[in-house]
Write a protein that binds this ligand. Structure first.
Ligand code: SF4
Ligand code: SF4
Length: 170
């Protein structure tokens, strides 16, 4: 698959069994958006703890209605042609880093000292990932704006501290 992408706003990657983990900066931004203190992100049902690689990490708690699970910040609207669109209420200022970057992903290996960027469709059925064509964006780390690069660096240091706390076992 070519590294080409243009989001079709289908909402698939914001629903179902998708898991959206938040780093500390993501949580700060969410507190700003909701005007609430950090502990209320859990008590108000926006976040839940999930075990990953032996550590507990916060992720968005999806809502469930009529058997359908979806992100609490997913907003459905009809476009001019009457087609359903899935929009993000947090876009762009408060959006979690992982959602911002998709389909760009990275793999960090602290033991090896490597950091690799790749292209991964945010959902197996993502209609926005396909053959390269007009108007499609080729996603790379180099093409990211500076604020996202600094958020990536912050996130790396956050996971490095967790890795060190686990004595290199993350
Ligand atoms: S699955 Fe793909 S096209 Fe659909 S909302 Fe997510 S990124 Fe956009
Ligand atoms: S935060 Fe926005 S982009 Fe991320 S899963 Fe929720 S609705 Fe989708």
């Amino acid at each position: 698959m070519n590294n080409a992408f243009a989001c079709r706003l289908c909402g698939e990657c914001c629903s179902g069994d998708m898991k959206v983990f938040l780093n500390p900066r993501d949580r700060e931004l969410l507190c700003e958006y909701l005007s609430c203190p950090p502990e209320e992100l859990f008590s108000r049902g926006y976040l839940v703890e999930d075990l990953r690689n032996g550590i507990s990490l916060p992720r968005l708690k999806f809502r469930e209605f009529s058997g359908i699970k979806f992100c609490p910040f997913l907003e459905n609207r009809l476009d001019e042609e009457g087609s359903l669109q899935g929009l993000c209420q947090l876009h762009p200022q408060y959006k979690p880093l992982v959602c911002h970057l998709a389909p760009l992903c990275r793999t960090v290996d602290f033991a090896e000292g490597t950091e690799i960027y790749g292209f991964m469709p945010p959902h197996p059925a993502c209609p926005g990932c396909g053959p390269e064509g007009e108007g499609r964006e080729v996603l790379t780390h180099d093409s990211l704006p500076g604020d996202l690069k600094s958020r990536l660096e912050e996130e790396r240091e956050y996971f490095r501290s967790l890795w060190l706390a686990l004595d290199g076992g993350l």
